[in-house]
Design a protein around this ligand. Structure first.
Ligand code: ATP
Length: 369
């Protein structure tokens, strides 16, 4: 397997659209990296430049030790899977999976037969070799597309929204399956999705793209817990974001004045007072401090608490169970909606309850606006 490196890779389409704007990344051999971001941010164009379907306007693409910036796709040794499967409809599954090996002219019939059987085992569809694609379900077709891409033993696997056309349940099954197969053969993989949940659950690292650039690259936990920008915080998962101005900053902390509230946050970068910033507070980081169930005023206990730092009085407006956790929405007395997620069984509250939620400054992240 090979590492993949992009250096200053840029793509300007005829007509002037700057689709990819100088991206750099070193993807390790065997790593699973996801390019994630909103529609039109340049994910597919980046992947197509790795595959060789597009040539960069600027910058370099290397696969292993080879600079492949100007090499055609067939010289790059990558396997690609698309959202629409793109199986050949008139060919049997066996012929589909064998296609890349046949086309290369490098393998004997015995080698091809053995490899096709091995690939069908790998994707857990050993019995379908003689069928045609229209005799398979969507999920099965996508497994075959994967088997076809992997059969010629490519150096890297490139996946462009491969699960997007599957329904939610199948999609989740295939996420697990795809990762199992990828780990089993240890192939370097670049995966494109606009689905942030998929990116967070599947990747060794993700590169969050915005407007043709990588806003942040890192392991899912790091990018989720320590976003570098408001965009990343907002795009990945749910974030409570407090926009304001730093009133004071000292010893790695900052106090931020927002329209409705003052909030305290860590400030490891030492951003200066009077800077416009956003404080990012993830829903799981809030705690309930106490609630009255009569729908009336907060209890004296919560009233005291609400004078303390990062405490928000309000009324619960919404509650839904997410399986092992419960999501609450709270309308604060300052008119802000907060999303709070707690483990099921903890802090049971109901819509209409008055309550106070708090968050430690240590659980708040500061990013420049
Ligand atoms: P999506 O999730 O919607 O597929 P994406 O992040 O993959 O989006 P790209 O397909 O890479 O985005 O497109 C990036 C930008 O380049 C967009 O503004 C798009 O309109 C533009 N673009 C893509 N292909 C071409 C092309 N062949 N000619 C001109 N502009 C293009």
């Amino acid at each position: 397997m090979s590492n993949i490196s992009l250096e200053g890779v840029t793509k300007r389409y005829p007509g002037g659209v700057l689709a990819v704007d100088g991206v750099d990344i070193d993807i390790e051999s065997g790593e699973f990296v996801t390019l994630v971001g909103p529609s039109g941010c340049g994910k597919t164009t980046t992947l197509r430049m790795i595959a060789g379907f597009e040539t960069p306007t600027d910058g370099e693409v290397a696969i292993g030790d080879n600079d492949v910036t100007d090499a055609p796709p067939y010289e790059r040794d990558t396997g690609m899977v698309f959202q629409d499967f793109a199986l050949f409809p008139h060919m049997t599954i066996r012929e589909n999976v064998a296609y890349g090996m046949e086309a290369s002219g490098e393998y004997t019939d015995e080698e091809i037969d053995a490899r096709v059987a091995e690939m069908l085992e790998l994707v857990e569809l050993p019995g379908v070799a003689d069928r045609t694609p229209d005799q398979l379900s969507g999920g099965q077709q996508q497994r075959i597309a994967l088997a076809r891409a992997l059969a010629p033993k490519p150096k890297a696997l490139l996946l462009d929204e491969p699960l997007a056309s599957l329904d939610k349940k199948l999609r989740e099954q295939m996420q697990v399956e795809l990762r199992r197969i990828q780990e089993e053969i240890g192939i370097t993989t670049v995966f494109v999705t606009h689905n942030q949940e998929e990116a967070l659950t599947m990747s060794d690292r993700l590169a969050v793209m915005n407007d043709g650039r990588f806003e942040q690259i890192g392991p899912p936990e790091e990018v989720y817990d320590d976003p570098d920008s408001r965009f990343v915080a907002d795009f990945l998962g749910t974030a409570n974001i407090f926009d304001g101005v730093i009133a004071s900053a000292e010893d790695g902390y900052a106090t931020v004045d927002c329209d409705d509230v003052t909030i305290r946050s860590t400030n490891p970068a030492g951003i200066d007072p009077r800077t416009d910033v956003s404080v990012v507070a993830r829903p799981e980081r809030f705690r309930f401090e106490g609630a009255s169930t009569d729908g009336g005023a907060a209890t004296s206990e919560t009233a005291t608490l609400s004078d303390s730092i990062n405490a928000f009085d309000g009324t619960i407006t919404f509650k839904r169970h997410l399986g092992s956790s419960v999501e609450f929405r709270l309308e604060t007395d300052g008119g802000r909606e907060l999303v709070v997620v707690r483990r099921s069984g903890l802090d049971e509250h109901a819509p209409g309850d008055r309550t106070t939620v708090t968050i430690d400054p240590e659980d708040c992240r500061l990013v420049e606006a």
